[in-house]
Design a protein around this ligand. Structure first.
Ligand code: NAI
Ligand code: MG
Length: 492
């Protein structure tokens, strides 16, 4: 790939590439270097209006008239194109967001399967027949909710888009995609593939832009029927308020402060590998991090020592270097936020075992050392607030009951991990943890057919699996009087 500036200075609206009307063109920064590497069009509120209109036209037009099988074929084609372009998409993603190329390649290679999976489901959407007495015929049908505003974050740009796009297309919704302002580039490339796959004009509109203007306008727009959002829970709260205007349907995937529990009967070697990986993957910029490491007192010192040793061995560098295991923070604001929390952790009395500062010898990139805090208590801010950086806090527990209590003593409830060789304990603890996904003797196992989403402030509704279709569907019940005599039916 050449090092010339990549220019994406047009929005994708109604199947056409158009210059922003009241938006702007901005630089996109490569966080491995801190330098501009691409330009991107941002939508203004007028551009959002245009995109919503195009999505409404497409919803009423050709898309609504297609069968589930037609949509299924298009999704399969999109999956094929995606697979054929995975290498290029991975490289663009790594440049824009700083994800290590080994992670973006492995992750994006698996994305086609999501499109194939929802291609299968698209041809299988059906209602049911409800048995009544012979005077009536009653059935339900499932209909797409309409125009979906999809608002996505910068930490895993293509993945978070796909988790919304695939089910929305499967159900026959149309989409206005407001991707994150920090990482807009790959969504433009996805628009090209969708066009090539035969997605009709206006079904997908790509309009990156600022949250406070483009995002908020989309949320408040009366002709948008649903918002599907991934990002911070405070933004979700604002979206809930803005979306009240027409009671939009809502799906949220917000953050986590997930407990990762190591019991004294765990296979320690494997648990330590998982604990290290789950703390520092994507430079800590994942909602599914095991950022609170809960460790039994009998193995506490060993775990602190071992996880620190491993974190010093993490290979840090440019996202495009195939050897890199941990890249930079995705943008300068996130870098500042993480550095702020490193100071908070030190001030509130956690014991800094390793890391705790920016890496200064890697140029202007946004690199931070993998950081381990020990002697963390669950009341500390570094244990309660999502940092989104490569920071793990190790918390000591004595009993299983105490581990469960600490695990649940949080506003969040996205995921949890636990390590034990006692099968009874595994199921007992899994059942008590308030989270949408629990991993036993594994971590970060995510697939297209497994529902994902949070309890409490970690989210609303589920993505992936057949459950992932539900938030994009309305249910209509139709009751037909078979008697020809209204009074008879009424008399029931
Ligand atoms: P954010 O929630 O502000 O941004 C996510 C998306 O929402 C972006 O597309 C943004 O433009 C949009 N947005 C922002 N304000 C909006 C508004 N008022 N109306 C409509 N859309 C709006 O997240 P941000 O500020 O980028 O990151 C802050 C923190 O949030 C991170 O440090 C992390 O803790 C958390 N986060 C969690 C994510 C997750 O996957 N669960 C993803 C991104 C951030
Ligand atoms: Mg924000």
């Amino acid at each position: 790939m050449s090092d010339d500036l990549l220019r994406h200075e047009k929005l994708f609206i109604g199947g056409e590439w158009v210059a922003p009307r009241d938006g702007e063109v901005v630089a996109s920064i490569n966080p491995s270097t801190g330098k501009e590497w691409a330009t991107a069009a941002y939508a203004g509120v007028g551009d959002i209006d245009r995109a919503v209109e195009a999505a409404n036209d497409a919803f009423r037009g050709p898309w609504r008239k297609m069968s589930g099988t037609d949509r299924s074929n298009i999704l399969r084609k999109l999956g094929d194109l995606y697979a054929a372009n995975a290498g290029r998409l991975a490289e663009l993603e790594s440049r824009d967001n700083g994800m290590p190329i080994r992670d973006s390649r492995a992750g994006i290679a698996g994305h086609a399967q999501y499109y194939y999976y929802y291609s299968g489901l698209a041809a299988n959407i059906s209602g049911r027949n409800i048995q009544m007495d012979p005077s009536v015929h009653v059935y339900t049908s499932r209909e797409p909710v309409g125009v979906v505003g999809a608002i996505t974050p910068w930490n895993a740009p293509l993945q978070t888009v796909m988790w919304k796009l695939a089910p929305a297309l499967a159900t026959g919704c149309t989409i206005v995609l407001k991707v994150a302002e920090q990482t807009p580039i790959t969504a433009f490339e996805l628009a090209k593939l969708a066009d090539e796959a035969g997605v009709p004009k206006g079904v997908i509109n790509v309009v990156p832009g600022l949250g406070a203007t483009a995002g908020a306008h989309l949320v408040a727009h009366p002709n948008v029927n649903k918002i599907s959002f991934t990002g911070e829970h405070r933004t979700a709260q604002e979206i809930m308020r803005g979306a009240a205007v027409n009671l939009k349907r809502l799906s949220f995937e917000c953050g986590g402060k997930s407990p990762h529990i190591i019991f004294d009967d765990a296979d320690l070697e494997q648990a330590l590998n998982a604990a290290t990986h789950s703390a520092f993957a994507l430079c800590g910029q994942s909602c599914a991090l095991g950022s609170r490491l809960l460790v039994h007192e009998s193995i506490y010192d060993t775990v602190v020592e071992e996880i620190s040793r491993r974190s010093k061995n993490v290979r840090i560098g440019s996202a495009l270097d195939p050897a890199t295991q941990m890249g930079p923070q995705a943008h300068s604001e996130q870098l500042e936020k993480t550095l702020r929390y490193l100071e908070i952790g030190k001030q509130e009395g956690a014991r800094l075992v390793t890391g705790g500062e920016r890496i200064s010898n890697l140029g202007d990139g946004y690199f931070v050392k993998p950081t381990v805090f020990a002697d963390v208590t669950n009341s500390m801010r570094i244990a309660r607030e999502e940092i989104f950086g490569p920071v793990v806090g190790v918390i000591k527990f004595k009993t299983e009951e105490e581990a469960v209590n600490i695990a649940n003593d949080t506003q969040y409830g996205l995921v949890a991990g636990l390590w034990t060789q006692n099968v009874g304990r595994a199921h007992r603890v899994a059942a008590q943890i308030q989270a949408g996904m629990v991993w036993v003797n594994t971590y970060r196992y995510l697939r297209y057919n497994i529902p994902y989403g949070g309890y409490k402030i970690s989210g609303l509704n589920r993505e992936n699996g057949s459950e992932g279709l539900e938030p994009y569907l309305e249910t209509k019940s139709t009751i037909v009087n078979l008697t020809g005599n209204y009074a008879d039916a009424y008399a029931q």
